[in-house]
Unconditional design. Structure first.
Length: 560
């Protein structure tokens, strides 16, 4: 009876129950047998319950089941692989005298999961030397490790072996090949495998959508997605993610609503992608609706989903709400802290961001979380927004000296911006000279912006020379340089800058403004007439303009 219940509970969702049943069975004095161990070990592997699994191993040793029952031995290999103890799994494997195909596949699969392709292929060679015929599981494991390490040459060798030896490739093997070619960037071969597949299933179609998405082929991904006979939540997630990764944020939201209309229940991956789309669009109305859905349908949101909520509220202008959600995350990770620190920095709450960092550094928590490179990018950004020069210097130094984090170009950019905005242009220029990497257009652009604030034409010309040598001047930088010369009343240089722009065919990119009305976000540029209500908008603007021109008293009260 206990074995029946443990077996029924030994899946990913109920594995905790299986472990509890096993412990109750042992405490009642009932000894486990060869039918108990494989399933309780499977449950321990799902839960990564290493201590409990070792206890089971001890019980099996005492009962004498580890030497005579190969199915129990295979269970221990799978358990140690699931807990990331690959060396322990190998010891069990080596101790088995009569290895079955399942034994070999379990060990090869273990190496595949940990990315140890050399060990996996060495075992495959040994397996063939012993004249043991590999099956579909063997090839899926070998192909999956090629996908993991982007080993296209190895993957093609496996494919050739299957073709030359006439191995029957079932849907699992074909899907593995399709996935491998897609992840290794060989799209043409992925398409060839897909087109030759007879029994395409939902995994095959989804893999092809994901392949097109990875290569930025949105229309092909959409066409493939629309042709799918059956779609599951993973299929919808793949297409939503495709839109999101390629900047089609509105389309990803529209597809999400289509998904709901199709009676497919979104999972946390869906919600994370859609919340990120709301962040990019500044769509707070939809974001709030999603938050309500999460509160009503997900009892314990994962830390990833909670982080997405924090990011959405922050980027949609609700920093306080973001902070409240952050405070209620039970097990915060580094991303949680980075997200809220960056949110506070974005809204100009530099001091509060630094206070949170000090809280993050505190040791009064069960799990100590160390800051990373992104943490310091957010902190330096906060110092930049609030003009905290000394604090910025201190954090920049602490990052390398205390935490031993390598400086990246983003950190230099922030520090140069801090110094430049603080009027320390010479120190900023000196820091550019000490950089471990070649300064890019962002670095020079930050310094150029500081030159305009402090009207330093001399250093601005040095920066301009560097930008022209890099051929990295874009419209905005030309305009900025022209404004610097104009404010210094050096009109000849202004004319030269405008001539340079004309000769190089450079024009300033139009700015885009967004406005949300009744839950709908609309974008506008200068002279825009794409909006369906453009005629009414321009009529209203003309009326406002005429009213202002006719009423000087109103004009005096208007802030421009």
């Amino acid at each position: 009876m206990y074995n029946t219940l443990i077996r029924a509970s030994a899946d990913r969702k109920n594995s905790n129950k299986a472990i509890s049943l096993y412990q109750k069975m042992v405490s009642c004095g009932i000894s486990p047998n060869e039918f108990t161990f494989p399933f309780i070990l499977k449950a321990c592997a799902f839960q990564k319950a290493y201590v409990e699994g070792v206890s089971v191993h001890s019980q099996a040793l005492k009962s004498g089941f580890t030497e005579s029952h190969v199915c129990v031995q295979n269970g221990f290999i799978a358990f140690y692989v699931g807990c990331g103890k690959i060396e322990c799994a190998r010891k069990i494997f080596d101790s088995i005298e009569f290895k079955t195909l399942v034994t070999w596949n379990s060990m090869i699969g273990g190496y595949a999961k940990t990315g140890r392709w050399e060990n996996a292929f060495v075992l495959f060679d040994e397996m063939r030397e012993r004249e043991l015929e590999p099956d579909g599981h063997t090839f899926v494991n070998l192909i999956s490790v090629c996908s993991r390490i982007s080993g296209l040459k190895l993957g093609r060798l496996v494919h050739w072996y299957i073709e030359i030896n006439g191995v029957f490739a079932d849907s699992f093997v074909q899907n593995a090949l399709l996935d491998m070619y897609a992840k290794c960037g060989y799209l043409r071969m992925a398409e060839a495998v897909f087109s030759r597949m007879v029994g395409k299933n939902v995994v095959s179609w989804t893999s092809m959508v994901t392949a097109y998405a990875k290569h930025g082929l949105v229309e092909l991904a959409k066409t493939t997605f629309d042709q799918m006979p059956i779609k599951n939540v993973v299929s919808w997630n793949s297409m939503i993610s495709c839109y999101h990764q390629n900047g089609y944020y509105k389309e990803s939201l529209e597809l999400f609503y289509r998904m709901l209309d199709s009676c497919i229940i979104p999972d946390e991956t869906t919600l994370t992608s859609v919340l990120s789309a709301c962040s990019q669009l500044g769509d707070l109305v939809t974001g709030k609706k999603l938050h309500e859905y999460i509160r009503g349908n997900i009892v314990l949101p994962s830390v990833t989903l909670s982080n997405s909520l924090v990011d959405m509220y922050a980027k949609c202008g609700s920093a306080e709400t973001a902070l409240d959600i952050f405070r209620n995350i039970p097990e915060k990770n580094t991303v949680s802290w980075n997200t809220i620190i960056n949110a506070l920095a974005l809204h100009g709450f530099g001091y509060r961001a630094i206070e949170l960092f000090q809280e993050m550094e505190g040791s009064n928590r069960r799990i100590i979380i160390k800051p990373d490179a992104l943490t310091f990018t957010a902190l330096l950004s906060a110092c930049c927004h609030c003009g905290l020069v000394e604090t910025g210097r201190y954090l920049f130094d602490k990052m390398g000296r205390i935490y031993k984090i390598n400086y990246e170009i983003e950190h230099y950019s922030c520090m140069i911006d801090i110094l430049g905005r603080g009027g320390l242009l010479d120190e900023a220029l000196e820091l550019v000279g000490r950089m471990e990497m070649k300064p890019d257009v962002v670095i020079w652009g930050a310094l150029l912006g500081a030159c305009r604030i402090h009207r330093n034409v001399l250093i601005a010309e040095v920066v301009l020379k560097q930008l022209l040598e890099m051929e990295a001047c874009v419209g905005g930088l030309y305009v900025l340089m022209s404004n610097i010369f104009g404010e210094a009343k050096e009109w000849d240089k202004v004319r030269k800058m405008r001539k340079l722009m004309k000769d190089n065919g450079v024009r300033k990119i139009d700015a885009v403004s967004s406005i949300e009305v009744c839950g709908r976000v609309s974008d506008f540029t200068v002279g825009d007439n794409r909006h369906e209500a453009s005629d009414c908008i321009y009529i209203m603007l003309d009326q406002i303009k005429n009213r202002l021109e006719c009423d000087e008293e109103v004009l005096d009260d208007v802030e421009i």
